[in-house]
Design a protein around this ligand. Structure first.
Ligand code: ZN
Length: 279
C-alpha cells in the first residue's frame, strides 16, 4: 500500500494510491495517516478496502508529508562508510543519533528555505522508516514488526550550524523546511529496505547515486538499537543516513542557493522535487 496525505498545508487529508496511480480519498475512513492508523490493525483495515470505492482526490493535489503528527524525528549520522569518508569522519562503532525538529517536516515538493545567514545549506537523500507500533526494547529479529513502512526523506542540513557552532548536530538539522518526507509511505510488505537505489540531483546534475545496500547499520538493527534508549511511538520517523555525494564532500564544497532545484528519489518510494528559496 502507498499512503499519502494530500491538500493544502496544514489541512491535508489522508489518501492512498490506487492501482492506476490515482490518489483516493481516505478521509471518510480515517482522520489522518498518523498514530494508530499506522499500527498493524489500522493498516489491515485500510488494506481490506476496495480503493475503487473511495472518492478520487482532486487532480493535481499537493502532497503533504506522508505522515501526520510526527512525535520523534530521529536521524542516524554517518551510516554509510563512503559518506563518513567524504565528511572526514570515522565510521562510528555504534550508530550516531541526533534529533531533527518535527517542526521542520514539510511535503515532498514544498519549497526548501535557506535559513537566514546560512552559507552552507546541503542535501542528503535518505531512506526513512515510519514506526507503526510502540517499540521499546525490541529485538533485532522482531524489529520490522514495529515498522509501518518507508518513505523518502531529504535530510537538509546546514553544515556551519551543524559542525562549526559548538554543541550537537541538532542546530543544523531542524531549521524550517529541512525535513521533506514523502511523497508516499510505502508499507513494509512492498519494500526490501536493504537494497534500494537512491539518487539526488541538483539542477539536473546527479550528485548522489547510492544504494541502501551499503548502509553500515541496517534498518532492523537501528529500530532495535534506538528502542534501547527511547520508546518509539506510532508515527515516529527515523531517517537512516545518506550515501556519498553531499555538497560538503565536494572539492571545493558546493552548497544550495536560492533558485536551485533538487530531485530526490528512492526506487519504489517515489520522487521529491524541491525548489530552494531564501527564508
Ligand atoms: Zn542525514
Amino acid at each position: 500500500m502507498k499512503l499519502v496525505r494530500f491538500g493544502a498545508a496544514g489541512a491535508e487529508k489522508p489518501g492512498l494510491i490506487d492501482a492506476d496511480g490515482k490518489v483516493r480519498d481516505l478521509s471518510g475512513v480515517v482522520p489522518d495517516i498518523a498514530g494508530d492508523v499506522l499500527g498493524r490493525a489500522g493498516l489491515e483495515r485500510l488494506r481490506a478496502l476496495d480503493p475503487k470505492s473511495l472518492p478520487l482526490a482532486p487532480e493535481g493535489s499537493r502532497f503533504g508529508a506522508c505522515v501526520g503528527r510526527v512525535g520523534n524525528f530521529i536521524a542516524v549520522g554517518l551510516n554509510y562508510a563512503d559518506h563518513a569518508a567524504e565528511s572526514g569522519m570515522a565510521v562510528p562503532a555504534e550508530p550516531v543519533l541526533f534529533n531533527k525538529a518535527p517542526s521542520c517536516i514539510v511535503g515532498p515538493d514544498d519549497t526548501v528555505l535557506i535559513p537566514r545567514g546560512s552559507e552552507k545549506t546541503d542535501w542528503e537523500v535518505e531512506l526513512a522508516v515510519v514506526i507503526g507500533e510502540r517499540a521499546s526494547y525490541v529485538s533485532e529479529a522482531d524489529a520490522l514488526n514495529y515498522v509501518a513502512g518507508y518513505c523518502v526523506c531529504n535530510d537538509v542540513s546546514e553544515r556551519a550550524y551543524q559542525i562549526e557552532r559548538g554543541g550537537q548536530w541538532t542546530k543544523g538539522k531542524g531549521c524550517p523546511t529541512f525535513g521533506p518526507i514523502g511523497p508516499w509511505l510505502v508499507t513494509t510488505d512492498e519494500v526490501d529496505p536493504g537494497n534500494l537505489a537512491m539518487t539526488l540531483s541538483v539542477n539536473g546534475e546527479l550528485v548522489q547515486n547510492g544504494s541502501s545496500s551499503t548502509m553500515v547499520f541496517k534498518v532492523p538493527f537501528l529500530v532495535h538499537y534506538i528502542s534501547q534508549f527511547m520508546a518509539l511511538e506510532p508515527g515516529d520517523v527515523i531517517t537512516t543516513g545518506t550515501p556519498p555525494g553531499v555538497g560538503m564532500g565536494m572539492k571545493p564544497p558546493r552548497y544550495l542557493k536560492a533558485g536551485d532545484r533538487m530531485e530526490v528519489s528512492i526506487a519504489g518510494l517515489g520522487t521529491q522535487r524541491q525548489q530552494v528559496a531564501a527564508a
